[in-house]
Design a protein around this ligand. Structure first.
Ligand code: FES
Length: 99
């Protein structure tokens, strides 16, 4: 039996921040949707860039996938693609892809 690792997820919108949780085996896009946010998405494969948001604090991994939907300047500004991103620490995200 394996146990999934749980992390704290803080989602910051214009004037509010919402505390939730995420697990090491669930994408951050799924975690956002599970917390009740309506988020933009299309390919769910790291290509279109529609789900882009920014990491304010914490670390993620894409495992074997490549975030093709990000420009180099996006990466330098800590933008990520949550549809293929998994947490490896507690996270604070902003610039959320809200519908
Ligand atoms: S939904 Fe297309 S990059 Fe995330």
């Amino acid at each position: 039996m394996t146990t999934d690792i749980h992390y704290r997820l803080t989602l910051v919108d214009a004037n509010t921040s919402q505390h939730s949780h995420c697990t090491a085996s669930t994408t951050l896009l799924e975690a956002m949707r599970a917390s009740g946010l309506a988020v933009r998405k299309a390919c769910r494969n790291g290509v279109c860039g529609l789900c882009r948001c920014r990491v304010v604090k914490g670390e993620i991994t894409y495992h074997w996938k490549v975030p093709h939907g990000l420009w180099q300047k996006d990466i330098e500004q800590n933008f990520i693609l949550p549809c293929i991103a998994y947490p490896v620490s507690d996270l604070v995200l902003d610039q959320l892809p809200l519908v």
